[in-house]
Design a protein around this ligand. Structure first.
Ligand SMILES: [Zn+2]
Length: 179
């Protein structure tokens, strides 16, 4: 077994049970389940550190610059160093303007990771979109500043709520292969 450390973050884990939050999608409804399953599967090739955001996005967006001073981001930061692998996990509604046509979207600067995960997922019939790092995805940006070169932001379509384990398993296999 390798001694790789996988830092798995879910900045939008905390939901608020109010109608306007559902309409605005201020939390990622299945991201925590994806991250939990991914953390378990990834143990086949490394150590998992999973961090769930504890503040609703409507209050402070933990994946933005404004969230850097929070306890969540401080805890994540302690593990962002060269050699660790960052997997930032999100989910989106099927009506998403950006990703709605896809089952999974992969975002980041590491083409090798995106390519490997994409082909693995596609082999299992999932439609995958790949994108470069968005200038507001602050956890990815901070990781890059701290020398983390192996990173990816994973967006899972919430229509796959019953498929979380399968997608997480495929992601873990791809990550174990590539890093
Ligand atoms: Zn999100």
């Amino acid at each position: 077994m390798s001694n790789k450390t996988f830092v798995i973050t879910v900045p939008h884990a905390t939901c608020v049970d109010a109608p306007q939050h559902r309409i605005m999608h201020t939390c990622d409804y299945i991201a925590s389940d994806v991250a939990t399953a991914l953390g378990q599967f990834i143990q086949q090739c490394g150590m998992d550190k999973v961090f769930y955001g504890n503040i609703n996005r409507g209050e402070t967006d933990l994946n933005r610059r404004e969230g850097r001073d929070t306890r969540f981001r401080q805890k994540v930061r302690e593990h962002l160093k060269p050699g660790t692998i960052l997997v930032d996990v999100h989910s989106y509604p099927s009506y998403s303007f950006n990703y709605g046509d896809y089952d999974v979207a992969l975002i980041g600067d590491n083409e090798r990771i995106k390519k490997t995960l994409k082909s693995k997922l596609e082999r299992h019939g999932y439609k995958v979109g790949t994108f470069t790092t968005n200038s507001i995805d602050d956890i990815l940006l901070e990781a890059r500043d701290r020398g983390v070169t192996d990173s990816v932001l994973v967006e899972v379509n919430e229509k796959h709520v019953n498929d979380v384990k399968n997608i997480s398993r495929i992601l873990s296999e791809g990550l174990c292969e590539v890093v």
